[in-house]
Design a protein around this ligand. Structure first.
Ligand SMILES: [Zn+2]
Length: 433
């Protein structure tokens, strides 16, 4: 029963008067590495945290604080936390006790208000019994083989504490993009020669840089981040495809969007310091133009495929300074699948049939790209199929040629076209090298 370890005794910057804090809320998230508990506070406060054995638990004492409701959390996200209760060891202290399933390594810190959240006390619990026996991914061992699968890392945006954008009917971006990401993984895995991995599989937050670092760890051939857009004007609609801009955002709209997508790391508790900016610029410089070129090619292909589904927001692939796209060596794109702020698109985002169609269109675009330029040593390199393009309204032969980076001459020749007139719905074979 002895106090095992006094971990933290944090005083606020102006520690002399002890600040009283009300506890307004309590949330728990679990990701594959840790369980995160968050206490919402109405002000900055000092706290004392220690652990006890038998049964294992974490005790958090908040001096001069109060709590006027029961703390609750969703069992689904509970992770290592079995229960939560509170009491008062003396009349001036609020004590919150987390009952744990097993002894855990603990990190705690205070966060200042940001992104719609107020002051927070974050308690991260890491499982001790050195498990983490993550199943080896088939593609990593397959790397050694000939005819390996191409690996696509799919990143469902936001998660956990960071809900992303929210629709008029309270649909949360983090939920619908996870559903679409899972659907996309299913569709990609069903293609011969292709394997997909997810950066997140549940409702938890991953810092932006960790997302592309995961893709690099999996030796992904491609990174696709899935989002749903939002805008003040609820009439704005359509899907968009973004690649990283070499010099910041290319339009005011893209700049605004980049600011809101990038701010999620502030919500997640990690601040992008200027060191990160420098690293990012170094990475960008090093990021061989080959990666950028490949990102553009695959983005063009995915954009063309999404156009067959319906309205796109703009007429072309856009550029923005998204942190999550800054992988130096993995071609990366970000798909804003629809506007969650538009009520009819919000409806669609939740519709499993629409999610499937969108996943299918993204997969087609990705697959066509790999058929056009297969990485050496892959199954697709030795078994690729001819790429076909279905003509949609507004297509011209010249645009199709530039989209697939082929010459107008070869496009005409392969399809035995006498004129440049093309019929909506017609299928063109795209010549590959
Ligand atoms: Zn987003």
């Amino acid at each position: 029963m002895a106090i095992r370890l006094v971990l933290v005794w944090i005083l606020a910057l102006f520690a002399i008067p002890v600040f009283a804090a009300d506890v307004d809320g309590f949330r728990v998230w679990t990701d594959p590495e840790k369980t995160r508990a968050v206490l919402d506070l109405d002000s900055r406060t000092e706290y004392q945290l220690f652990t006890l054995d038998n049964p294992p638990r974490v005790v958090i004492d908040l001096p001069k604080s109060s709590l006027d409701h029961a703390l609750k959390f969703t069992a689904e996200h509970a992770g290592v936390i079995d229960g939560v209760r509170h009491g008062a060891p003396d009349k001036d202290t609020l004590r919150i006790v987390l009952d744990l399933e097993s002894q855990s390594e603990i990190k705690s810190f205070l966060l200042d208000p940001t992104g719609g959240y107020g002051y927070r006390l974050v308690i991260d619990l890491f499982q001790k019994n050195g498990q983490n026996s993550q199943p080896r991914l088939k593609q990593i061992s397959a790397m050694q083989e000939q005819n390996r699968d191409v690996v696509v890392a799919i990143d469902a945006g936001h998660g956990g504490e960071d809900p992303g954008a929210t629709g008029k009917n309270r649909t949360r971006e983090k939920d619908v993009v996870l559903a679409i990401a899972k659907e996309l993984k299913k569709t990609i895995d069903a293609q011969p020669g292709m394997t997909a991995v997810l950066t997140r599989t549940g409702d938890y937050y991953i810092p932006l840089r960790d997302r592309f670092e995961k893709a690099r760890k999996y030796r992904a051939d491609l990174f696709v981040s899935i989002h749903a857009d939002a805008f003040k004007n609820r009439n704005v609609s359509g899907s968009s495809v973004f690649v990283l801009s070499s010099k910041g955002a290319s339009s005011e709209f893209a700049r605004r969007l980049a600011a809101s997508e990038n701010s999620s790391d502030l919500v997640g508790g990690v601040t992008l310091s200027d060191k990160d900016d420098m690293l990012a610029s170094v990475l960008l410089d090093l990021s061989q133009s080959a990666t950028m070129e490949a990102s553009h090619a695959v983005a063009d292909s995915v954009f063309g495929s999404l156009r067959t589904l319906g309205k796109t927001h703009k007429n072309d692939v856009e550029h923005a300074n998204f942190m999550v796209l800054k992988s130096p060596d993995v071609p990366s794109l970000l798909v804003e699948t629809a506007f969650i702020s538009n009520p009819s698109e919000e409806q669609r985002l939740k519709d499993p049939a629409w999610q499937r169609r969108t996943a299918r269109a993204i997969t087609d675009g990705i697959q066509n790209y790999f058929f056009m330029s297969p990485p050496p040593g892959t199954w697709i390199a030795s078994n690729r199929q001819p790429v076909r393009h279905q003509v949609v309204r507004g297509d011209t032969l010249g645009e199709i040629a530039s989209r697939y980076r082929v010459s107008l001459y070869s496009l005409r020749r392969v399809n035995q076209l006498k004129t440049d007139n093309i019929r909506v719905g017609a299928e063109l074979v795209i010549p590959t090298t």
